[in-house]
Design a protein. Sequence first.
Length: 752
Amino acid sequence: MPKSTNLRSWIGAAAILSMACGPVLAAEAGKTGPSEVVFLAQLLVLMLTGRLLGEAMQRIGQPSVMGHLLGGIVLGPSLLGLFLPDLQQALFPAAKEQMAMIDAVSQFGILLLLLLTGMETDLKLVRKVGKAALSISLTGVAVPFACGVALGWFMPESLLPDAQKRLLTALFLGTALSISSIKIVAAVVREMNFTRRNLGQIIVSSAILEDTIGWVIIAVIFSLAGAGTIDFASVGKSVIGTVIFLIASFTIGRRIVSYMIRWANDTFQSEFPVITTILVIMGAMALTTHFIGVHTVLGAFIAGVLIGESPILTKHIDEQLRGMIVAFFMPVFFGMAGLHTDLTILTDPHLLLLACGLIAIASLGKFTGAFIGAEIGGLHHREALALACGMNARGSTEVIVATIGLSMGALSQNLFTMIVAMAFVTTMAMPPMLRWALSRVPMSKAEKKRLEREEFEEKGFVSNVERILLAVDDSANGRFAARLAGFIAGRQGAPTTVLPLEQNGKSTKVPAKAAPAQDADAIKSTDVVKAAADSTRSSDDGDAALSPVAITVLTHDKSTEDAVVREAEKGYDLLFVGKNAMRAKSGFDAEVTRVVTAFGGPTALVIGLDAHLDDPQQFPMNILVPVAGTDVSRRAAEVAITIACACECPITALYVANTAAGDRQRGRSTREQERAIVREIVEMADHYGVKVKTATHSHVSPDKAIVAAAKKGKQNLIIMGVNRRPGDTLFFGDTAAAVMEHAQTSLVLVAS
């Protein structure tokens, strides 16, 4: 059955369900006091209708959030109330006690929506295109804001909630006309695969800055709501409080939020502790902004920005939180906004004309402001045109602003409906306009090269490492492993946890209540990994240092393998292992085997020799990485290239072709395969800005080729990808075993 038929069936079922519930809801509405049955029915109908109409919108190329808003309009006085008023009143009775229940969910939904918007705010992206984005956001806000204030100042008194609060209404109207919806803009840019294009980044960054500016403006305007006129003392208090709050948030607040998320993730054993921590942070910051006299939405938005920058906000945590917001709170909030929208007022020609004028002024003001800012920011005409088209989407942001204004008494019901209509029309018009404009923007060679590099990193292994576990002792080999792990951590900014291992038969376990500083062995390993990470921790252009990598020493009173099992559940992407006497007669040391088995994920086993043990922190490296075109060899090559990039050391990629001398056809096929595999590694190195040498050995076993190549090329570190073989022992195949036995160099086995 076609998808469109299924969708129509679901919509029909939803309509039948709503009508079937009518008599039951009418009976409940006749009772005194709020009804839980009516409340549950409201949530059910809003979620179902919003989901179905959101799906329909998405299938015609529109943002799904517009379907949520349309769902509320359909269920409200604009449609259901017009044709089935009794059913509409039974489902959404006007009793204050009943409305308070669903309004509470809606108001909490506002905070969660701003939290999610903040989490999607990429400050690194803003810094990258800061000049252009700043000019666009300033003019893109200033011009439509001025238009909105002027419109509000000369608006007929019949549209004002209170003639004495004209200034407040004008300010709110100016704000509603000036802010672009980051969610809508980002969604359309992402849909067109323009997220990583230069222009796409500028569009999204400008929307981010506009959102930030807009919520600060809303916070200040909120302080005027009580008096309705400008009280300079009140405004000054709000502005100063907002500035102090923002400074504190992006300095000490950033560290506190990151620490709280990491602490909750590492300490609690119950389910979803990070989700609870995120909600607590959001609530605390929202209350803070309320106490300094500004709106709670600013606190929720800034909380989202700080949470989104947390280095261990893993994808599954983000998806868990996003799922609840998108599936439940978004349909309820935007559905409630639609319920408050009465489009029947537009049957009045006078109000319809005013609404059309509002849409025209909003579109012209935003287009003009964004275009001027783009010209100032140095964009070409075609780029400025596309940007101006993209910034005209209001969508969810304007609906939130209008809802706040309505609840504060700054907007009348008619004016609220007109703003919602403006948001709906501009958002529906933006995607086709932006698609048309973006299709006319050419791509430069430099931009194409950058996109290829970023596409590679998105699919790579090291580029997706978010957190590292370092299991080491205080031996020279442990410090060498710490150095290599530090290079990876510094490249990715990945928080690293140091897990002390046994050394020379003596346990280095730290008592659970002991401070990390009391374990000298762990501190030495921590110093090594921190120094290596800091040496590579610089921005892409090298002009500014990035924040240091967080290094944590694990304190535990259990066995090493129990500690690893517990840590593995907290979301690590790579385990580095290095200790004295890594190898035993039967293979690997027993503790190494237990640690690797307990972790169960990607592992790098470090076996240092000769000079790397004499001076594990400083001795230069010359890397050899065998490649075979397999996933494990590509993973090892990426690790090797990352380390080579960090320490600026030479690297050679070795391809071993073991072909039969008399089989020419097979030889030609192998040579073609060889060239493709080597070319892939060279391209990978180019993405990191590393020059890699290539070598080939034919008609010899892989282990002998690797050992001979390392000796001939004077490489002192071999990094090779391996797969663990089944069994109780730690065994990675005959080739790895032979290289371990015969190679006179340091060795890193990158195991899947």
